[in-house]
Each structure stands twice: as C-alpha cells, then as structure tokens.
Design a protein around this ligand. Structure first.
Ligand code: F6R
Length: 261
C-alpha cells in the first residue's frame, strides 16, 4: 500500500485525478469501479474538466459503481445513478451504455446481486477501483462485520451511515435503509485500487483502516491484503497516521512518484 499525503483536499483530488487520467491514457478501454459521496464530487468535477480541456478520453471506458440504494429508481435525485449522471457521465464523452450500477428497483435482491457480479466478470473484471471511506470504516456499503470475502449483495446500513448520508435527502427519513453493494471480495478482485480520503472527520477511522489490525469491523482494513493500493489523503485526514514520515519519504524518493510530486 502507498499512502500519499497532500497539503489539502484540492491537491489530493488533483493527484487522484491524474492517477486515473494516466491509467486511461495507458489503457483507453479501462474498466473503472466508481464510488459516490461528497468526497468524489470534486474528483468528478476535475475529471470532467480534464475531459474538456486536456483531451482525457472516456469514449472506450466501462464503469461499474460500487453501490445503489434499494428502492430508489434511476430518476430519483438521491439515487446513485442520478448522482453519477449529474456529476460525471453527463459531462464527459462516455457511452452511457457502458456505465453500470446495480438496479435499486430490481424485484429479487439475490438475482440482481448475481447479475451484477456476472456483468463485472463478463467485462473482464475491474482494472481500477476508486474508493472513499465511510465514517464507520465501510468501503462501498460494506458495513461492520461484512465478510472480508463477501460478494455483491443487499446490505442493511448502519445508524452511522444513516446519519452520514440522510442529510443529503430533502426529507432525511426518505433515505433507504438498505443498499446493494459490491462485496469486500468483489472490491479486492480489482487489479488496482485508488482510495481518496479528505477531511478531519475521517482521521480516526482512516488511521485504523491503514495501520490497524485487519478486521471485518472496519471493512477498509481488507485493503492491507491487496497488492496494489494507492491511498491519497489530505493533511486533515492524515493527522492520526503513525507512519507518515515514512509515507512522505517514499513519495519523495520513489521514482514512480516523480511525475506526481
Ligand atoms: C458510496 C461509497 C461510500 C463512500 C463513503 C464516504 O458509493 O462507496 O463508501 O465512499 O461513505 O462518503 P463521503 O465521501 O460522502 O464521506
């Protein structure tokens, strides 16, 4: 795992966008796993800008989102399909037929989860998976005690996630209590993972995720077992990291990071 600490959220976002852009320049038909949430909004704005101003091409991209609320149709402003169209897909030259999310209105949870796993497999797996982290340490909606081998499934959300996300709903009580999410095992199958974490309110859980023992109580700790993870964060999120001096040293001295310094 590489941990890159940037002075502020804006530079963390810019570096993550550059990592993604370089992946697409190397492999224009990259399949990318996408996250939603507040952290990603600035990243999608930057990728949209690069698409317009820097010839970053998404015409051959394929995308798979991590999760979708159960019970929200695509047209609902709080659905993750709506979020993705609004923040990214409407602004870039992607073919929307190549963009995939679980169907929150599917009548059969198990069948929908299996279909989504099959769709990812059929696409040849995920090249790059983008992740944020929830206040309870979730990745996707893999709440505490999610099996570290779990696959896509319906999941009940924790009160903490409810508190984190319900203010985004016009009527907070309209937030669904369940969501489809890729499993931790599904996420771990991605060839490369980029995690973006910003803000002081994530500092505690972030330090546990990166430096604490691997535990299903914090699903993000599973990333310690993945061979190719880059975590980009800002100073505020990094404040409880014990090993930061070494992480900075690696970033400053490894030739791989030269173009990103
Ligand atoms: C949503 C997702 C979640 C978020 C996490 C952080 O698709 O994958 O794991 O990344 O809840 O959300 P924000 O960025 O709103 O703090």
């Amino acid at each position: 795992m590489e941990v890159i600490i940037r002075p502020n959220a804006e530079s963390a976002v810019k570096l993550t966008a550059k990592l993604i852009a370089d992946s697409f320049r190397a492999k224009p038909d990259t399949t990318i796993g996408l996250a939603t949430g507040r952290t990603m909004e600035a990243l999608y704005a930057e990728l949209s800008r690069m698409n317009k101003e820097e010839d970053l091409d998404f015409s051959l991209a394929k995308t798979f989102n991590l999760d979708e609320y159960i019970g929200l149709p695509a047209e609902n402003v709080n659905s993750y399909r709506y979020y993705m169209n609004f923040h990214l897909f409407n602004n870039i030259n992607i073919d929307k037929r190549n963009t995939h999310l679980p169907n929150g209105m599917a009548p059969d949870d198990k069948a929908e989860a299996a279909r989504y796993e099959e769709e990812i497999k059929h696409a040849g797996g995920i090249d790059i998976q983008l992740l944020g982290i929830g206040r309870d340490g979730h990745i996707g909606f893999n709440e505490p005690l999610s099996s570290l081998g779990s696959r896509t499934r319906a999941k009940a959300l924790t009160p903490e996630t409810y508190a984190q996300n319900s203010p985004l709903f016009e009527n907070p009580e309209d937030m669904p209590k369940r969501a489809f999410t890729m499993g931790v095992g599904t996420i771990m199958d991605a060839r490369r993972i980029f995690m973006l974490v910003t803000g002081a309110e994530k500092a505690d859980v972030f330090a546990k995720a990166i430096e604490g023992p691997v535990t299903s109580m914090i699903s993000a700790t599973a990333l310690q077992l993945h061979p190719n993870v880059v975590v980009v964060c800002d100073e505020a999120a990094a404040k409880n990291l014990v090993g930061r001096e070494y992480y900075d040293f690696v970033f400053q001295n490894e030739p791989e990071w030269e173009p990103y310094r």
